[in-house]
Design a protein around this ligand. Structure first.
Ligand SMILES: *Cc1c(COP(=O)(O)O)cnc(C)c1O
Ligand code: SF4
Length: 340
């Protein structure tokens, strides 16, 4: 059992008063409403429609509040607004850039790397990030279905080299806390499991997701828990996100961040420096900076390798080592994410 520090706890009060599930349901899903909500010019509409036909628009209000109204180049907006560039085909960009379809070990399980198994718990997300490497992924066929869950547990049970379970998706925190608890209850008896990791964008998109009952669930787990956030720009961290992270830290959770290097979003040294520093202020360590996976429809986000390397070298010059994320890329068939 892991020792957890007992801090004095404050209930998490966020800006928005509706609960997280209502906020998920209330997310904006049409380009018309997005442009209207953010005072953006209507001439962007046709493009947004083209893009959203391939991969739907989805963004929750709590995140919209951090976007500057009227600024069509806002780096937070760029991550969620569909554009016509998504319909272009570029050489080298494919539907399954990381070879996920080839590495499914059991229903909903990706066992690509030694010691770690990734569970695709759901295909749903709280936001549709335009650069997502899963934007063309056949979710419905890959995520764990209730009828196959036992098969997945059996696979983990008979794979003693797996010491870490990674909850992923989609976004595993769109599942209710009761559902998550039922899943971890079924995993408790697997003696060789030592760590649980959760990859999620929900604490950032809808900070109200970090409820007391969620934290209580985390605290009673028999393993150390690590949550890997996915924050690409320092302005994604507002007061509510910071409070949610503080609450998670009070539950003894390790917080890491992985960002994707995105043209027009975070491809300058200044932004990367501010991101690493703001993350640290929030109790999160920079873990990875991913070079974009070449997924069809995301080529306009690509930063060339030489520019990425130069950027990273300059970050190394100005940041302490523990604030410097590893610049990596995923290459299908490789035993780990590879340094660039
Ligand atoms: C990225 C990834 C992991 C985790 O890799 P780390 O280097 O441990 O962060 C595990 N499994 C799969 C399938 C992944 O894509
Ligand atoms: S939250 Fe993650 S999985 Fe979901 S769309 Fe964004 S990048 Fe993709």
């Amino acid at each position: 059992m892991v020792a957890r520090t007992a801090f004095k706890r404050q209930p998490l009060m966020t800006n928005l008063t509706t609960n997280w599930r209502q906020q998920l349901r209330d997310s904006l899903i049409t380009p018309e409403k997005l442009l209207d909500r953010l005072n953006l010019p209507l001439h962007l509409l046709a493009d947004a429609h083209h893009g959203s036909k391939l991969f739907p628009l989805r963004v929750p209000e709590a995140y919209l509040r951090r976007i500057h109204p009227g600024d069509r180049h806002d780096p937070l907006l760029r991550q969620v607004l569909p554009v016509v560039d998504e319909t272009f085909q570029a050489e080298g960009f494919v539907d399954d850039p990381v070879g996920d379809l080839a590495s499914s070990a059991a229903p909903g399980i990706l066992h690509k790397y030694h010691g770690r198994a990734l569970l695709l718990l759901t295909g749903a997300c709280s936001v549709n990030c335009r650069y997502c490497f899963r934007r063309n992924f056949p979710y419905a066929e890959q995520q764990i279905k209730p009828s196959e869950w036992q098969q997945s547990v059996d696979y983990l049970q008979r794979s003693p080299d797996i010491s870490e379970i990674i909850f992923s998706g989609g976004d595993p925190l769109v599942l209710t806390t009761d559902k998550l608890k039922a899943l971890t209850d079924d995993l408790q008896d697997i003696g060789h499991l030592r760590r649980l990791r959760i990859h999620t964008r929900l604490p950032v998109m809808i900070p109200a997701r970090i409820t007391e009952s969620f934290c209580n669930w985390l605290e009673q787990l028999p393993w150390p828990v690590c949550i890997v956030m996915h924050i690409n720009h320092f302005r994604e961290i507002d007061r509510d996100v910071a409070l949610a992270c503080t609450r998670l830290r009070q539950s003894g959770i390790t917080l890491l961040n992985q960002a994707v290097l995105l043209k027009g979003v975070n491809d300058t040294v200044e932004i990367q420096q501010k991101l690493s520093e703001k993350l640290y202020d929030t109790g999160i360590l920079s873990y990875y900076l991913h070079q974009l996976d070449p997924v069809t429809g995301a080529q306009h986000f690509q930063v060339p390798d030489n520019a990425a390397l130069q950027l990273h070298a300059r970050m190394r010059d100005i940041l302490p080592g523990y604030l410097l994320p590893r610049l990596v890329r995923e290459i299908p068939g490789e035993p780990a994410k590879l340094p660039l």
